[in-house]
Design a protein around this ligand. Structure first.
Ligand SMILES: Nc1ncnc2c1ncn2[C@@H]1O[C@H](COP(=O)(O)OP(=O)(O)OP(=O)(O)O)[C@@H](O)[C@H]1O
Length: 575
């Protein structure tokens, strides 16, 4: 409930009207049995005038109840939809502040379920609270008082019913809550499975994995079905139990009243009211119990959203952060260990670059090249040591200054659905056509963009499915360079380009972005042979740093990588 505190204030009016209408419709409902008793009495007394009068009153009550019910639904829907949307948007905003490590911990699929399914649970329960749940105590207390007032001698029957029905309802609410908790977890699993499968649909098909993927999905889906069925069975047994208790006690009440009528004939008219009130009380407890069990499901969901809201971003930025003014980069004794891993991925790395230099990063697979690069835009903080850009320690940097200074182009180009221009504007919000043309020229993307009639307004479909791997990489490089960042990182991001295009991109970068410090992570040493300096990584250690010619002389590791690759290329050319 703490979760909703900041939001309800914006919906005070809607909430007040919804609650007022609940009270009115509940009171209208409570008055009906008394009027029914009176009408039975009037019929017994043969008083037609009174019968008509009470009939009219009953009609008016029914109309009031109906109108109050409709108005309640309208305002309850406005408040619950509005509050749920606010919760969803706040949680989304909060997720935007998360670091990469935060998102990895939750997992993307899990966060999606929290923002969709869990928020819907909260919305549903708000609607329930503003309708049946709020009505329950009014009907229960009112029904209790009016039932005792109509036949005071039978107060104990009501008490027995409250205890019996209340105990069953309590049992249901507490037991079912746990199962609802499991359901949310299983929905996460189903969602993750679907996401993984659809994102990797090409792999699934090319490796003929449809059957085994289907099996894995069916297992999770069946587990979800089983828990849902268990809940269904539970309710299937509980409802008749409630009915049995209520109707059994009603039979007892009627039997006892039947005996009492001999000595007190006035009781006959009261039986109608009494039995009706018993039904109202019983319904209030049953509905209340059911609603409470749904509410426990929403409480689980609230807990899951609250977890997002209270998660501290693993990386925080200072309000008075320092601005970056140039593209020098300095690593000072940097070590880095991934969360949950025992061994460090990077060990005591130190190097410095000047602004505008081109730096190659080479090393075997898994040697830590991407990890090192990720420390520059502060995707992670080093476990020890410091990373500085333009002399500013990234722990004290201003966030937007860092974002403006560093552009990171990843190997797996991620474009967003929309148009090419939309994607370019993520790199530079104010980009006009000439900015786009310059960036596209550098990235060697103009040659295919120019062929589209709508050029930069050409559509990018979901998951950029309408572009080839190489085109995606070019567009993503263009987005990276469009704002002329102080630092540009290309993480193996020309891997899908042919040798000629790759060469042209590098030349264009050299000419057009000579102020930009460019890091190029490359599988092939030949791609970075002309770099000012090359970082050579071996099992997380920086084993050499310098220009190609110097490293060939001084670094056995570098020489070995270079010579092995050279030999491979010669063999390849000979074929
Ligand atoms: N998010 C992560 N959590 C835990 N370990 C990770 C994570 N990312 C990478 N690693 C591990 O860190 C090591 C270095 O990975 P990294 O991606 O930096 O290597 P790389 O040199 O870029 O490799 P490649 O050339 O294959 O891209 C690997 O052993 C990898 O398993």
């Amino acid at each position: 409930m703490k979760l909703l505190k900041p939001y309800w204030k914006g919906y005070k009016f809607d909430l007040m009207i919804a609650i007022l209408m609940v009270v009115i419709s509940s009171v209208a409902m409570l008055l009906q049995p008394t009027l029914l008793s009176n009408i039975v009495q009037a019929i017994t007394d043969d008083n037609l005038n009174k019968v008509n009068q009470i009939g009219l009153q009953l009609l008016i009550l029914a109309v009031i109840g109906l109108v109050a019910g409709i108005v309640n639904t309208i305002f309850a829907a406005r408040a619950s939809q509005g509050m749920a949307a606010d919760v969803r948007e706040s949680a989304y905003r909060k997720i935007q502040t998360f670091s990469f490590a935060n998102i990895e911990k939750f997992s993307v699929g899990n966060l999606v379920v929290r923002l969709t399914n869990d928020v819907t649970q909260i919305q549903n329960v708000l609607m329930l609270v503003l309708q049946p749940l709020m009505r329950m105590p009014i009907l229960f207390i009112g029904g209790f008082i009016l039932a005792v007032r109509s036949i005071p001698q039978l107060w104990w029957i009501i008490l027995v019913m409250v205890i019996l029905v209340g105990s069953v309802a309590y049992y249901v609410a507490t037991h079912i809550g746990k199962k609802f908790g499991r359901i949310q977890g299983l929905i996460d699993k189903v969602n993750n499975k679907v996401k993984e499968n659809l994102q990797g649909v090409r792999v699934v098909k090319s490796f003929n994995q449809e059957k085994s993927e289907e099996e894995r999905f069916t297992n999770v889906s069946d587990e979800l079905k089983d828990v849902n069925i268990e809940i269904g069975y539970f309710f299937a047994m509980v409802m008749p139990a409630f009915m049995f208790i209520g109707q059994g006690l009603m039979v007892v009440a009627i039997y006892l009243v039947g005996n009492m009528v001999d000595t007190d004939p006035g009781l006959l008219a009261q039986v109608t009211g009494f039995t009706n009130y018993i039904m109202i009380i019983m319904n209030a407890i049953i509905v209340g119990g059911m609603m409470l069990s749904f509410a426990t499901r929403a409480l689980v969901s609230m807990g899951r959203i609250q977890e997002i809201m209270t998660t501290e971003a693993e990386l925080s930025y200072r309000e008075d952060g320092q601005k970056i003014t140039d593209g020098r980069v300095a690593f000072d004794n940097v070590s880095f260990t991934y969360d949950g891993e025992e061994k460090p991925t990077l060990k005591n790395i130190s190097f410095t670059t000047e602004s505008g230099q081109m730096i190659g990063i080479v090393g075997a697979t898994g040697s830590g090249k991407s990890t090192l690069a990720q420390l520059i835009p502060r995707i992670y903080d080093p476990t020890s040591g410091s990373v500085k850009i333009g002399g500013v320690d990234l722990k004290t940097v201003d966030e937007s200054s860092l974002r403006d200074a560093v552009a990171f182009v990843q190997q797996k180009a991620t474009l967003f659905s929309g148009t090419i221009a939309d994607n370019f504007r993520q790199g530079l919000a104010t980009a006009d056509e000439s900015d786009m043309k310059r960036a596209a020229d550098i990235a060697q993307a103009s040659e295919f963009i120019e062929q589209y009639d709508d050029k930069y307004n050409h559509v990018v479909e979901e998951r950029s499915a309408n572009y080839s791997g190489g085109q995606k990489q070019r567009l993503s490089i263009a987005r990276g360079v469009i704002a002329s960042p102080k630092i540009l990182i290309l993480d193996d991001s020309t891997s899908a380009l042919d040798a000629r295009s790759e060469k042209l991109v590098k030349e264009a970068l050299d000419e057009q972005l000579n102020e930009t410090t460019t890091f190029i992570i490359a599988e092939k040493v030949s791609s970075v042979i002309n770099a000012d300096n090359i970082i050579v990584l071996d099992e997380g250690k920086l084993v050499a740093y310098g220009p190609h010619s110097e490293l060939l002389e001084t670094s056995p590791v570098y020489r070995e990588i270079y010579e092995t690759q050279e030999a491979k290329e010669v063999r390849h050319d000979d074929k």
